[in-house]
Design a protein around this ligand. Structure first.
Ligand SMILES: Cc1ncc(COP(=O)(O)O)c(C=O)c1O
Length: 370
């Protein structure tokens, strides 16, 4: 058998990115002062159906900047899924606020709305919603809840560029949306991030905080704290090139998922990803759950796949269970813990060929049904 490695994800960088990056190098505009920053902010915000965007250095710093711009600070609680990447949570702690972990829906992995509601207290300031693995959360009830309890909504759309909720773009549905452009994301700038919003005051605050709070007169500063979260012109150039193809990339992700689902639908011990009728799931990663079976535990199956040249990753280990956050008290999220134990994702990159997906599915079926 051909055991050439099939990677879990690889970025695709085209000719257009090279042209734009070369232009930066030739012109000498390599810092954040170049013209591509504003262009990328405007064009990505427009793609997200938002008035404005502010580039940052990562998805994590985008979330930090957004929380700070929302005024989150010591004494505040932020509701956040237990089942997410830690980049959603460290910024809460950096603001001096407390993360309150919310359990998950067993199929989409998104926040469980009943659990969310039960965890609101007088100290809750923000609902930090995550569109897990590219499936948008059910935003209408979350927005109703936030409105009725006077809470802000931050959408962590790091995994959901182009995802749609009832026809509207992920990132545009709450008060502020945050994106990551890390190399494995739907579009990349290598490292990088952006916040998008229709709230002009929030955007103004974010621009100030992101760039060392320079006043009208340079080297005058009025805020007691600020950051250097500036993206470079070179990164923005890559992002612009990627953005030109974003719909193509999203369609490829969806096609990959449809091919996997067709090939794997008969495997009774695999729970496949879902797509709610109102959603465009962009399948950032094609995540499956291994149910009880008499052949493999999840990690053994991942090792067996690796031995056949198929790279996979386990789902997130829920953050309520991690040592890092035990200082916030015992918080049970049993459904998130099940996801963390039985889930893993298959190769999901935009560069995958249909015959590679076919091969992954065949190996998986063979291992589970032999
Ligand atoms: C849901 C989620 N939030 C935040 C982040 C953090 O983004 P970054 O790695 O760009 O800091 C990621 C990155 O993988 C993510 O998946």
């Amino acid at each position: 058998m051909n055991k050439t490695k099939i990677p879990v994800n690889e970025p695709y960088l085209g000719q257009r990115e090279k042209e734009l990056v070369n232009e930066c190098l030739e012109s000498g505009w390599i810092s954040s002062a170049g013209k591509y920053i504003e262009k990328f902010e405007n064009q990505f915000a427009e793609y997200c159906e938002c008035a404005e965007g502010v580039t940052t250095t990562s998805g994590t710093t985008a979330i930090h900047l957004a929380l700070k711009s929302l005024g989150v600070g010591p004494g505040d609680e932020v509701l956040v899924p237990a089942f997410t990447m830690v980049g959603s949570v460290y910024p809460i702690v950096q603001c001096g606020a407390s993360p309150v972990f919310v359990d998950s829906e067993p199929d989409t992995g998104n926040m469980d709305i009943q659990d969310l509601e039960s965890k609101i207290t007088a100290s809750t300031k923000v609902i930090l919603i995550v569109h897990i693995y590219g499936h948008p959360a059910d935003m209408d009830p979350i927005c109703d809840l936030a409105r009725s309890r006077n809470l802000k909504i931050l959408e962590d759309a790091a995994e959901a560029h182009g995802a749609l909720y009832k026809g509207r773009k992920a990132g545009s549905l709450g008060d502020v949306g945050c994106f990551s452009f890390y190399a494995n994301k739907i579009i990349t700038t290598g490292e990088g991030g952006m916040i998008v919003s229709n709230d002009k005051d929030l955007i103004k605050k974010a621009r100030q905080l992101k760039d060392l709070a320079h006043g009208k007169i340079r080297f005058t500063h009025e805020l007691p704290e600020a950051f250097n979260y500036r993206m470079t012109n070179i990164q923005a150039a890559i992002g612009l090139g990627q953005l030109e193809r974003i719909e193509e990339t999203v369609k490829k992700k969806i096609a990959n998922a449809e091919q996997y689902s067709n090939l794997l639908k008969g495997v009774s011990c695999l729970k496949l990803p879902v797509c709610r009728p109102w959603a465009r799931n962009v399948y950032w990663m094609y995540g499956v759950q291994l149910l009880d079976n008499d052949r493999f535990a999840r990690d053994e199956l991942m090792t067996a796949l690796k031995n056949e040249g198929v790279d996979t990753r386990s789902f997130f280990y829920p953050l309520n269970t991690q040592k890092a956050f035990q200082g916030y008290g015992k918080q049970d999220c049993p459904k998130a813990e099940i996801l963390g134990k039985q889930g893993f994702y298959l190769p999901s990159g935009q560069t995958l060929k249909p015959n590679q997906i076919q091969r992954v599915a065949e190996i998986l079926v063979e291992l589970l049904q032999a």
